[in-house]
Every structure is written in structure tokens, then in C-alpha cells.
Design a protein around this ligand. Structure first.
Ligand code: A2P
Length: 276
């Protein structure tokens, strides 16, 4: 079996996103180029960054230097909370695009709803224009909850293609996923390994031993089998490769049922209401 046969997931925009991507949160700019280069070499085709990560320049250098053609790579970045708004969104996007050194990004996300500031609808209208102008292929959101999505869907011309949220074996996000399914919004998981918190779980360890893989691989395989897009982060070359080596085994119904019982609605990151 091919080790890097990453499926593509269709987006409502008409584009497709690789189901497994490489997340670069907490990777310093001067290390990002090397890490992203390694990720592309071992088969990742999707890279997830954000203005606030401070590493768009390093990511862009790796993407531009790669032998893989630009149209076979999928680059996501995100607008930071303080840049949201009718007049500030375009300059923020142009800053990201300039740091990346690219002609377009594949996916532009609102990083957090920051609902207290009440600017995500104004932000979205500018993002719709960026799509119109060909500077962005697909637009979506991150850390939105059902009420934020309902408000956006009621007001928008272009619906959000995807919502990127914290999602791992201790936080299944069942309500959001059901809503996404109704609305053709793809679910994408940040911290799919719960920032490594799930990796010592005895249930996952048992499943890993049964298949001769690691608990991280079981966790990421679980995301894939649920139809979720996952973007594991690792700064370690061996683990970058391990996290994409998911196509030589399959979780059975018993494994999936066992992981289903692990949900404890436990976050490793912030709740969307607490970020402004
Ligand atoms: P490192 O960068 O040293 O590999 P998440 O993607 O859920 O936020 O998790 C990221 C955390 O999990 C990082 O601390 C990362 O450390 C660690 N990690 C990533 N992949 C693996 C793996 N395959 N095995 C163990 N730890 C991992």
C-alpha cells in the first residue's frame, strides 16, 4: 500500500483539500522553512499557517523552493483577531500574501470569531471579494461555534467551506460536526493529537499495539476514518514522517467504538468565547 495516499476532500468552493496537512503553530520562522521542506519531501501537500504564528515567511520560502508545483500544494493562512474589520482585512491579507511570497492562497480563514468585537461579518465580506479577485481559492473559519456559523450563513454570499476547530479523542465536537454535515462545511481538526495529551491514553495504546503502530498514528487514522481533515504539528523529522504513515492499516469497528467512549469534552486550547 502506498504510504502517502492522502485522500482529497471536496470543498463547497469547488476546490479540494488534502485530508492530512502539516500544521506549523509554534514553529519559529527560522525553523519553518526546513520543517516545511521536510514535510513536503515526505509527502505532505497541505501546509497550515497563520499571521499570528509569525512564520509565514519561512513557510513561503519552503513552498516556493519546492520541486512540487504550486498547484499541487495547498496553503492555508488566517487573519488575526485584531486585523478583522471592513478596512483592515485587505491590508492584513496583503501582508500575509507578501510574507508568503505567493500569488494566491488556497484557503483563508478567520482565526477566531472574536464575537465580542462583532467584526466577523465585515471581515467575511472582504474575504468574499478576495475570492472574486482570484487571490484566495476558498474561504472558511476557525473556532466558530454553531451560533456564529448560523449568523454567518444567514448573511453571506459565499458560505464557509470549512471550520477548523480543536478536535481529538478527548474532544469529539459532535454537535458542531452534525451541524457541519447539514451545511456542507468540512470539519478540520487543530491539535488532532491534543498537543500530545492523548498519546499516553491506555485505550489508544492498546489499539496501537494491536496494529503495530503508534498512538499518534491511531489518533490520526481515526480522524481520517471519520472524514475529518487533520493538521498534526511536529518539529521533529521522524515524527513528521510518522504522522503521514497512516495508510498501511485500518481501524476496525471495535477500535472506533472504543475511541468513541474517550470523548470527555476536554480542551487543550482556549474556548472560542475567551479569545478576543
Ligand atoms: P514535536 O513537535 O516535538 O514532535 P498537536 O498537533 O495535537 O497540536 O500535537 C503537537 C504536539 O504533539 C507537539 O508537542 C509534538 O511534539 C507532539 N507530536 C507530534 N507528533 C507526534 C508523534 N507522532 N508522537 C509523539 N508526539 C508527537
Amino acid at each position: 500500500m502506498e504510504l502517502t495516499a492522502i485522500p482529497d476532500i471536496p470543498l463547497s468552493s469547488g476546490a479540494e483539500i488534502p485530508q492530512l496537512g502539516y500544521g506549523v503553530w509554534q514553529i519559529p520562522d527560522d525553523e519553518a522553512e526546513q520543517a516545511v521542506t521536510r514535510a513536503i519531501e515526505v509527502g505532505y501537500r497541505s501546509i497550515d499557517t497563520a499571521m499570528v504564528y509569525g512564520n509565514e515567511a519561512g513557510v513561503g520560502r519552503a513552498v516556493r523552493a519546492s520541486d512540487v508545483p504550486r498547484d499541487e500544494l495547498f496553503v492555508t493562512t488566517k487573519i488575526w483577531n485584531t486585523d478583522q474589520g471592513a478596512d483592515t482585512t485587505r491590508p492584513a491579507f496583503e501582508r500575509s500574501l507578501g510574507l508568503l511570497g505567493l500569488d494566491y492562497v488556497d484557503l483563508y480563514l478567520i482565526h477566531w470569531p472574536a464575537a465580542q468585537n462583532d467584526r466577523y461579518l465585515d471581515t467575511w465580506r472582504v474575504m468574499e471579494q478576495l475570492v472574486e479577485e482570484g487571490l484566495v481559492r476558498s474561504i472558511g473559519v476557525s473556532n466558530f461555534e454553531v451560533p456564529h456559523l448560523e449568523r454567518l450563513l444567514a448573511e453571506c454570499d459565499v458560505p464557509p467551506a470549512l471550520n477548523q476547530v480543536e478536535l481529538h479523542p478527548y474532544l469529539h465536537q459532535r454537535t458542531l460536526r452534525a451541524f457541519h454535515a447539514q451545511q456542507e462545511i468540512v470539519t478540520e481538526a487543530w491539535s488532532p493529537l491534543g498537543q500530545a495529551a492523548v498519546l499516553d491514553d491506555p485505550t489508544l495504546a492498546g489499539i496501537a499495539a494491536k496494529h503495530g503502530v503508534s498512538a499518534a498514528q491511531v489518533t490520526l487514522r481515526w480522524h481520517l476514518q471519520l472524514g475529518i481533515v487533520a493538521i498534526p504539528k511536529s518539529a521533529n523529522p521522524g515524527r513528521i514522517a510518522e504522522n503521514i504513515d497512516l495508510f498501511g492499516f485500518e481501524l476496525d469497528a471495535e477500535d472506533l467504538a472504543a475511541i468513541d467512549t474517550l470523548d470527555r469534552e476536554e480542551r487543550v486550547g482556549s474556548h472560542p468565547d475567551d479569545v478576543s
